[in-house]
Design a protein around this ligand. Structure first.
Ligand SMILES: [Zn+2]
Length: 314
């Protein structure tokens, strides 16, 4: 028994694999990444290739189990039913196909669930048995750790708060409904809020950073302007943070976690985002004074959280 696991995170653009020692997940032993190819067979072959490359570097045969995290709805039999960022992958028997290719035990789960487990095992939620993880990227991913275990729900689909409806008259979501939380509180939500503000004559520095093109204004321009100390960008981040805090407060009211970990690309904005999120959250959550100890923390594992967590689920 080596206790070594390979964890692989499958994203829309890259496949990232790591080797972790399950006895000490805070150290990643090896890492390997390849671009995500197109086509179901090509993706499955690429995942198997990443694991084999890692296993070869690890003296060959030392990896005992493989965990896979994929952005999408993964059922309890390891079947990827739908993946919004990998639309050609539908009803794919990921677990069985990879066990056949690798001759190793394979477990498959949602990528944000894996990232939540990674942060719980080795990152910002280490040692906290009830934790909520929310990743603010292009969309919103989330994972719930309850009683020291991952909460998956009856079908394996638990933890999709990005599609909680927060404004029934709001903008259309790729999921087919209107006003989902991620339309407001993700990177694309920030971009939309920024374009609206620029159109109304505010956000002049961010607009300049976007080359003066209203349609080109994105969250990263706001982030850059805010880092320079631009007051209009800081004000916009404060408005945006209200939407983030709204969903977080609702989730805390429902789940009562011991910690909330915020990850995803937007976390790089840092304090200009996190400080107003904490402020708004304290107003929005039920019984704030009774749960003052619940910290809203930045994730610690970055892009490796999903792969580390997947390895630890194996
Ligand atoms: Zn939606």
């Amino acid at each position: 028994m080596t206790g070594l696991a390979a964890g692989v995170d499958i994203g829309g653009t890259k496949i990232l694999g790591v080797v972790v020692d399950q006895a000490d997940p805070t150290t990643v032993r090896l890492e390997h990444r390849v671009p995500t190819p197109s086509g179901t067979e090509a993706v499955l072959d690429a995942i198997a290739g990443v694991v084999q490359t890692l296993d070869d570097k690890e003296h060959g045969g030392d990896i005992e189990v493989v965990g896979i995290g994929i952005a999408g709805l993964v059922n309890r039999a390891g079947v990827l039913e739908v993946a919004p960022n990998l639309p050609e992958l539908r009803d794919v028997q990921v677990r069985d196909e990879l066990e056949r290719r690798l001759d190793l035990r394979v477990v498959v789960d949602n990528d944000a669930t894996c990232a939540a487990w990674g942060e719980h095992q080795a990152g910002a939620a280490r040692g906290v048995p009830d934790a909520l993880f929310v990743a603010l990227g292009t969309g919103i991913g989330a994972g719930i750790v309850a009683g020291g275990d991952v909460e998956r729900g009856a079908h394996g689909f638990a933890g999709e708060p990005g599609h909680m409806i927060v404004d029934p008259g709001g903008p259309l979501c790729p999921c087919g409904r209107r006003g989902c939380w991620e339309r407001f509180a993700s990177g694309s939500g920030l971009g939309r809020l920024a374009r609206d503000a620029a159109e109304a004559g505010r956000l002049r520095r961010s607009l300049a950073l976007a080359g003066g093109d209203l349609h080109a204004v994105r969250g990263e321009h706001v982030a850059t302007a805010a880092a320079e100390g631009d007051q209009e960008a800081l004000d916009l981040l404060r408005s945006f943070a209200w939407w983030v805090a709204l969903g977080v407060a609702n989730l805390v009211t429902l789940l009562d976690p011991g910690v909330v970990v915020i990850g995803g690309g937007l976390i790089e904005i840092g304090d200009p985002l996190m400080d107003p999120v904490r402020d708004h959250y304290s107003d929005l959550v039920m019984s704030y004074t009774q749960r003052r100890d619940v910290e809203i923390k930045a994730a610690q594992l970055g892009e490796r959280a999903g792969a580390i967590g997947a390895g630890m689920l194996g």
